[in-house]
Structures are given as structure tokens and as C-alpha cells.
Design a protein around this ligand. Sequence first.
Ligand code: BGC
Length: 433
Amino acid sequence: MFLWGTATAGYQIEGAVKDDGRGASVWDTFAHEPGRIRDGHTGDVACDHYHRWPEDVALMADLGVNAYRFSIAWPRVLPQGTGRVEPRGLDFYDRLVDGLLAAGVAPVPTLFHWDLPQALQDMGGWMNRDISYYFADYAAIVAERLADRVPMWITLNEPFVHMAFGYGMGIHAPGQTLLFDALPVAHHQLLGHGLAVQALRAAGARQVLITNNCTPVWPASEEAADLAAADAYDTLHNRLFNDPILLGEYPDLKAIGAMDVVRDGDLAVISAPLDGLGINYYNPTRIGAPTDDGLPFTDHGITGYPTTAFGWPVVPDGLRELLTGLRARYGTALPPVYVTENGCSQDDVPGPDGTIDDQGRIAFLDGHIRAVEQAAAEGVDVRGYFVWSLLDNFEWAEGYHQRFGLVHVDFATQRRTPKASYTWLRDLLATKR
Ligand code: BGC
């Protein structure tokens, strides 16, 4: 059965950051540091999903999706990241899973969507190899509670973005600016993934995936220097995370740095077989030769396409290109693929009658769903498509300024209003059934 879903993440929607014994995460700390988030927004309340989840599940049931990708907040389950388990945190996800199943929606939890317990950050976060083992312990605890009812698990969300934005450039939590010295964060996340796969399977998990953010890399020209820079960027963004998982080896990293924290046996753990690969796609990236800022490439931006409110180019065929490119590179080593995020931000303002006519989002989703179907027609085994996102939510460094939802959220009142795109998708899903 093809999975049609929506996707969200804990810190972006839950709020209730002090409820039921939840510990602090790096995002609580970061969002409260002055100047980190646009207009000083925080996820303290977000969509208040922690209290309003029955309404959100009902919205999904009405929409007609058969799957929901959400994330479990590590600091709700283990307030200090390790050690004492907080049963009320597990109880919340238990209720959510049961509520989803009762509504005919398959729960697809992601175990880490960037909200590392602050106590583990105080030990160095993902720069510290021990965190990989704590992650697997946490995965086991969650799976022992939920694996009897959860059909599909995702270990990590976008280890590339977490490394690059969180540890490399400091625009996400934990706000470090290590540039290429952040490469151990890639390895330790991947090791944590592999150890978590073992822990999940031991606890009875059925299907296990990882979600990588991928982008087709377009060289700025056919000049050798541009081609080499595009290759370096492709290595950093895509292959660094896909190769060890699917091929059991790192790509040649000499253009970007050295990975000197790999120990014997790690790659065998990281490359344990998966039941699928999650892919998050937003846009391609156009890369040219380095300038003098010290990076081995330059992002040239892409012009000539419509853009989202974020300014990201809308290139539906990039998704087809990405999926067929994965198939070409990895061949039979590529497991079934699930598009675990795809969507766009728009400046959605309710009209005088309160409705939100987000035609741009409808065009975006229509184009990208067609691209997935085209990739399937070209031989890629694609088995799911999840819209980012169900609700307008806390968009990281942008706070509440970028609206990605099928459902509009009035953050002053928490009123949910389905947008035109929600109705459009509901009608589309009805025809697919
Ligand atoms: C992340 C989401 C985020 C979305 C839009 C993805 O990188 O997984 O958490 O909201 O992109 O920026």
C-alpha cells in the first residue's frame, strides 16, 4: 500500500515544553538565546499539539491520509537523555499512536528530529561518540513500549542539516560554528542510527528507515572548477550520508576534510540493511567554484523558477531527477524509497471570509506528486509521499514566519483552519483510493 501522509516534528508543534517532566532540549536553550530566532520566537507553545492532538488526528482522518510522520521528543522520554525514564512522556506517544490507529492512520515516528536533550549537549552533543550509544538506548526504550503497534520507524531526520546548520554554521541549535570540523557529527549520528537499528529490531520493530535531506546538485557551468566544486558539494550534502548506509563506505572526502573518528566495525553497523530510505526534498542546488570565503564551493542560487516564501526555487522535476539519480547511483543497494518530506512555505493570509486560498501550494504539491509518479514510471520503487507539513508550525530560525501547513494555525488562538490545499489533497486522495 502506498503511504500518503503528512509530516511534523516534536519541537515544531508540541509546545508544552515543561509539561509532564519533559527535560530541556538544545532547541529550548537556543531559542531562548537573544538573536537566534527571528523576532525572538520560541517553541514554548508552538501549535500546542501536546494538548490538541485529538483535533490534529481528526484533521488527518478527514484529509484521508493513511500515514503520519511525527517525531518523538527524546527529552520527554529521558529528561536527562539517559538514565531515568519519564513514563508520562512515553504515555503521551502511546496515546497518540492509539489515537492514530483508531483513525486509520499509520504512525511513523522519527526518533530524532534535532531536539537533543540539553544534558547530552553539555557532554559535547553529537561531537561525543557516547551520544550514539545513548541514542540506541533511548530507541530501545521507545520501541519496547510502542513496537507492537508502530509499523514503521525512522531513526534520524536529516543528519546533514543537523550537522551543517547546528554544528557547522550555527544557525540552528546547538549554535556551533565548527565548519568542516563538524564532520564527526555526521559519523556519530550515523553510528547512532546503526546502533538504533539493532536496538529497534531487538525490540520487535517491523520496518526501519532513516530520513536524509537530499538535493540534486547542478554545476554552475561545465568548467572544470565548477564541476569539481559541484562534486564536493554533492559529496558533503548527499553522499556523505547515503554512501555509508547503502554501500558501507564513506565517499572520498578529501575536498571537504577528514573523517578521523571512524573505528573498526563502525561501517558494518551503519550499513545494516534497511526497509526503506526516507528522502526529504525541497529544491536543487546550483554550485560553482570557490570564492575566497574558505569554503570549497559557492552556492550560486537558482533563477528562472517560481519561488516559495522562503525564496526557495520550485523545481518539481528536481524530485524526479533526485529519485532516478539515487536509483542510478545505488542500483540494487537502494531499498524502497519514501518521500518523507516535501512542501513549501507561502505567505498565507486568511481572506475576508476566513478562507486561505493557497493556490501556490496546490501547484507545488501537484507538480511534485507528478514528479514522484514519473520517477516510479522510470523504475524507482517509491512507496510513500508525506507533505511537509500538516500544520503551520515553528520553522526553526524563522520562528512562525514561514507557513508550511495544509492547515493554517492562528498562533494567538490556536484555531486551525484547513487551507484550499487541504481540500485539494483530500479530493486527490479520494480519487487515488
Ligand atoms: C526539516 C523540517 C523543516 C523543513 C522546512 C526540513 O529540513 O526536516 O523540520 O521544517 O525542512 O524547512
